[in-house]
Write a protein of this length. Structure first.
Length: 194
């Protein structure tokens, strides 16, 4: 689990387009993209940078990443099906490659299943769950840890990125370690990490 390369991508969507993009992804994209890319999670932000869709992938190396992405771009269900519908909703994209510093059993389970693909259950209703997760950039890991990573390439090289559950409490507490940024986010209903 620790020798993998983790890719954390962030898509800033047009204002208000988050639910629409997730619905398109649920109906037309998640099953296709996860046929080729090793998916761990999709989240839509609730605080911080709004209308941002974060997603997490795990590859065995840069060659694996390149091969997976080439297979995806050769799939007309993606290039002619999802891209023309979903990509016009995206304003900007950012990506960072990371190494895992501390993982959890939950992350290990998602990593073990990452090549199985997802088939969204369209009967479940909402495109996101009621759970709240957090992503922090910089700072220390808090409780209910999913994983802590170090950025190797991309924005803020060397910066720590932590994914965790928000927990069951009704309020907010100052994140530990004075992070540069803290965002609450809701997992997509079809996200392996939810």
């Amino acid at each position: 689990m620790t020798d993998l390369i983790y890719e954390f991508r962030s898509y800033r969507l047009r204002p208000g387009a988050g639910p629409r993009y997730l619905a398109l992804l649920q109906l037309h994209g998640a099953a296709v993209v996860s046929r080729h890319l090793p998916l761990l999670g999709f989240w839509l932000t609730e605080t911080g940078r709004l209308n941002v869709l974060h997603h997490l992938w795990a590859y065995t190396g840069l060659d694996d990443r390149a091969a997976c992405r080439a297979r995806l771009m050769a799939d007309t269900d993606w290039t002619e099906g999802f891209i023309p519908k979903g990509f016009p909703l995206i304003e900007t994209q950012e990506g960072r490659l990371m190494r895992l510093d501390t993982g959890s059993p939950r992350l290990a389970g998602a990593v073990a299943q990452r090549r199985q693909g997802v088939t969204p259950d369209l009967s479940i209703g909402p495109v996101s769950t009621g759970a709240l997760h957090c992503v922090t950039f910089g700072g220390d890991a808090g409780e209910a840890l999913i994983g802590t990573f170090t950025t190797l390439s991309g924005e803020a090289t060397g910066q720590r990125v932590t994914l965790s559950d928000h927990g069951d409490g009704p309020g907010l507490a100052l994140p530990p370690g004075n992070p540069a940024n803290h965002e609450l986010m809701r997992p997509a209903s079809f996200s392996p990490l939810r």
